[in-house]
Design a protein around this ligand. Sequence first.
Ligand SMILES: Cc1cc2nc3c(=O)[nH]c(=O)nc-3n(C[C@H](O)[C@H](O)[C@H](O)COP(=O)(O)OP(=O)(O)OC[C@H]3O[C@@H](n4cnc5c(N)ncnc54)[C@H](O)[C@@H]3O)c2cc1C
Length: 221
Amino acid sequence: MTQSSAVPGQRNRIRRHPERGAYGRSEAYATLDAGQIGHVGFVVDGQPFVIPMLYARQGDSVLLHGNVASRLLRHLATGAPCCISVTHMDGWVLARSHFNHSANYRSVVVFGTARSIDDPERKAIALLHLVEALLPGRGADTRPADPQELAGTSLLEVEISECSVKSRSGPPKDHPDDLSWPTWAGVVPLTLSAGTPIPAPDLLPGVALPEYLQRARTDPE
Ligand SMILES: Cc1cc2nc3c(=O)[nH]c(=O)nc-3n(C[C@H](O)[C@H](O)[C@H](O)COP(=O)(O)OP(=O)(O)OC[C@H]3O[C@@H](n4cnc5c(N)ncnc54)[C@H](O)[C@@H]3O)c2cc1C
């Protein structure tokens, strides 16, 4: 693993609430690995775009995939700089004043440039990694991509050059003068959880729910 300096540069320095920031790879990778959707930012002809995508971290890179015709993927494959942001909303922070309402969260911003993965064997491995990142155990249970599917799919690895993590936790921070305000205050935790699986209408009869899916229902993180 490439070591990153824990000292931020101009680009990734958190200015507001710097005490909530971290710049180490381990914090950044833990926050990336806890998510599945990243917002990918890039600029084409001076116009910024921010596009949500599934992703998976692999080593010091973030894997992205999509149709070969994707504007985003074609643009990034030229080596254009990009920025990927992932946020976990952990709770509503309900204060006594409008001003002090907030959110508990973990978020990560990474900067990097993409390389296209063209070798079909590496593409297939990267696709497997993306499926496993979505649901551990699923890769071995499903058909690998065939040559035609691989040819129609772009796979990019965005090598992470800089990163920053910002997180907030804990109760609201009300002004002392507001503590006598007679309303409920505190935190409402929020989690993303898997619901009850809905079988495909054309599921083969007798196919049972796999064990890894039963686990996902009770252990969403
Ligand atoms: C769920 C959520 C809700 C938020 N709501 C608000 C809001 O309503 N109003 C508000 O002002 N702020 C909000 N924030 C914080 C916001 O993301 C920014 O951190 C802040 O507005 C600007 O910080 P800055 O001026 O230090 O960063 P900037 O100077 O804009 O950014 C400099 C660098 O700091 C790093 N950075 C900045 N923010 C983050 C982050 N959140 N996570 C990781 N790296 C970061 C990046 O590397 C960035 O390039 C929210 C954050 C989250 C995750």
